[in-house]
Design a protein around this ligand. Structure first.
Ligand code: NAG
Ligand code: NAG
Ligand code: NAG
Length: 186
């Protein structure tokens, strides 16, 4: 019974998501996008995520553009086992602002779209489960670990809700303390 209710809800969610037409930031500029970002907002559509919502911290990442137009991303995540470093490789696609990567966790190619950024302050990023379909995550990145201005948070929440994310899946976590450990990134 419970499974049935969940699957009906998922079907509705997927239909809403597939219909949404999301375009990347106009005239996306990878060089201006490079550098340090903090993931200060997160919306995740997996019900398994909700019990962990209070443990999530704002991770730091560094975007390094390659001459090929691909991107390396280094992220520092605070886990129960300490602060761990993760490396990701995002391949460019023929749409500027959209990248493809292979998720080792889910064993499939996903795509990532930089939906909106002003480069100096914030970036709204959408991660898809399957290329062009089934959004699984919306993230809000900021150049500083401090909570962003209210209108930026509102923009993030409105966008996540418009993509069908339930309100309780939308978080603005506090900064991770000493992750990366101070001094370790230079
Ligand atoms: C990008 O990442 C790859 C593998 O993760 C690494 O070998 C390479 O040195 C990195 N390049 C830069 C410029 O960081
Ligand atoms: C990224 O590009 C490399 C070669 O440049 C390729 O081997 C790899 O499969 C690509 N990954 C994705 C997810 O497209
Ligand atoms: C980005 O947004 C912030 C806050 O609204 C503003 O101060 C800054 O000038 C903007 N940057 C650009 C390049 O528009």
């Amino acid at each position: 019974m419970r499974t049935k209710v969940i699957s009906v809800a998922m079907v509705i969610l997927c239909v809403m998501m597939v219909n949404a037409d999301v375009k990347p930031q106009k005239d996306f500029n990878l060089q201006k996008f490079a550098g340090t970002w903090y993931r200060v907002g997160l919306a995740y559509d997996s019900p398994g995520f909700i019990p962990f919502r209070d443990k999530v911290k704002a991770s730091m990442g560094i975007i390094t553009p390659m001459s090929s137009g691909n991107v390396n991303l280094t992220m520092w995540e605070l886990t129960p086992f300490g602060c761990i470093t993760k490396m990701y490789k995002y391949n460019k696609t023929n749409v500027p602002g959209q990248f493809a990567y292979f998720s080792t966790r889910h064993n499939m190619v996903k795509d990532i779209t930089v939906v909106n950024t002003n480069y100096t302050d914030y970036a709204l990023v959408l991660k898809h489960k399957v290329f062009h379909r089934e959004y699984t995550q919306v993230a809000l990145y900021a150049r500083s670990p401090r909570p962003p201005r209210n209108e930026v948070i509102q923009k993030f929440k409105t966008f996540a809700l418009s993509q069908g994310f339930p309100r309780e899946s939308i978080l603005t976590p506090p900064a991770a303390e000493n992750c990366p450990p101070s001094g370790s990134t230079r």
